[in-house]
Design a protein around this ligand. Structure first.
Ligand SMILES: Cc1ncc(COP(=O)(O)O)c(C=O)c1O
Length: 388
């Protein structure tokens, strides 16, 4: 069987490899604690589950959905953006549903890239920013996130050829995997860059609702001029514990959203309307409380992990958002060799920074998505095996 050259261009998906390693260890009798994957462990709130159950009883939700989304969905996103970010959106032209940020980001590549053009992808970054462009037969140019710039890319250092061929630029704050929040002035610089090079900024807002210590994450669209050059992908997966529900929205530039919509009408048939109505519940003021409670859970876990790492001599900056802690590997290790050592010595899975891009080398990522007792156990094991 011959698979496509497009597919051959891709490395195995990071988490598929992690799952394989975990299964191998478990089969060998090891009690593995996986801090590798960012999939919230607690159930979705009854607020959304009840809304789904009620909507699923209504035959009005059972037919093919429209890719534009139900009016209630678009209106709920509009209200949410106004209440939460002070951003005014037109529910007719500037909002449509997406089947998760992953689907949306991948399909934006299909809608905007041709062979010979590229996407500028934050590195380290969510793997779809780099895999997506390759899968559609285009190119990717990585823009390194620099720790000394607060994990902003240095846009002045983007080579002229990369800027010339780029049609998309992926940014993401609060950031996976570094946990960084948006450095001051970055969104403004990105807008100027997009104007200069005529590209679309895609801001991945998967973690704006998961923040700590009173920090409130902005929307990219709050920055003046953002809507002229950009879209934001707002996912309900992490902030509202809805990873399995595949629910997000793309908002912002109407022309870009029309292109995405045109593509989608040829690819899938939209989001189950009962799920859209559950998303309406999540985006209500009651949903704000759900997201706040989840942030409190992660803040507690973040403290547990950061304190333990400090005790064993690993210097980390406690993140102000996301569900991850990003830490440097000890001297003498690559990120892969260190993660292998951690797994061998303690049965704890952490992910190597290098798998999020070359600029992630030298770091590892801990995900906070296991119950507190398991996280404490993992931290104890790390302390015992690596502390001495
Ligand atoms: C930065 C980022 N974007 C997107 C996603 C995927 O989001 P969704 O579940 O909405 O597809 C993730 C999941 O880990 C992520 O970390």
């Amino acid at each position: 069987m011959k698979t496509s050259e497009r597919l051959d261009r891709l490395a195995p998906y990071l988490f598929a490899e992690l799952e394989r390693r975990i299964a191998e260890k478990r089969a060998a009798g090891v009690d593995v604690i996986s801090l590798g994957i960012g999939d919230p462990d607690t159930p979705t709130s009854a607020l959304m589950a009840d809304a789904l159950a009620a909507a699923a009883q209504d035959p009005g939700t059972h037919r093919y959905p429209s890719n534009r989304g139900r009016p209630e969905f678009r209106e709920a996103v509009r209200n949410f953006y106004e209440r939460r970010f002070g951003v005014a959106l037109d529910a007719e032209t500037e909002i449509i549903p997406a089947l998760g940020a992953k689907e949306c980001i991948f399909n934006l590549n299909l809608a905007f890239l041709d062979p010979g053009t590229s996407a500028l992808a934050a590195d380290p970054g969510y793997p779809v920013y780099t895999g997506g462009p390759l899968l559609v037969g285009a190119e990717v140019d990585r823009i390194g996130l620099r720790p000394e710039l607060g994990f902003a890319p240095d846009l002045d250092a983007v080579p002229a050829e990369a800027a010339r061929r780029a049609r998309l630029m992926y940014l993401n704050y609060p950031n996976n995997p570094t946990g960084a929040v948006v450095p001051g002035g970055l969104f403004e610089r990105a807008i100027a860059f997009a104007r200069q090079h005529e590209l679309l900024v895609v801001h991945d807002a998967s973690y704006t609702e998961t923040t700590f210590d009173g920090y409130v994450a902005p929307s990219f669209l709050e920055t003046p001029g953002a809507k002229e050059v950009g879209v934001e992908v707002f996912s309900l997966s992490k902030g509202y514990n809805m990873t399995g529900w595949r629910t997000a929205a793309i908002v912002g530039n109407a022309e870009a959203i029309a292109a995405y919509w045109k593509l989608k009408t040829n690819i899938d048939s939209g989001m189950f309307e009962a799920v859209q109505l559950a998303a309406v519940a999540a985006l209500s003021e009651r949903g704000d409380t759900v997201a706040r409670k989840m942030s409190d859970v992660y803040q507690r876990r973040r403290d547990l992990v950061c304190n333990a790492l400090a005790e064993i001599g690993v210097g980390v900056t406690p993140p102000k958002g996301t569900i991850y802690v990003w830490a440097p590997v000890p001297e003498g290790h690559t990120s892969a060799s260190y993660c292998e050592l951690v797994l061998e010595e303690s049965g704890v899975v952490v992910s190597p920074g290098g798998s999020y891009g070359p600029n992630g080398e030298g770091f590892f990522r801990i995900s906070l998505t296991v119950p507190d007792e398991r996280l404490s156990e993992a931290v104890e094991r790390l302390r015992a095996s690596l502390g001495g």
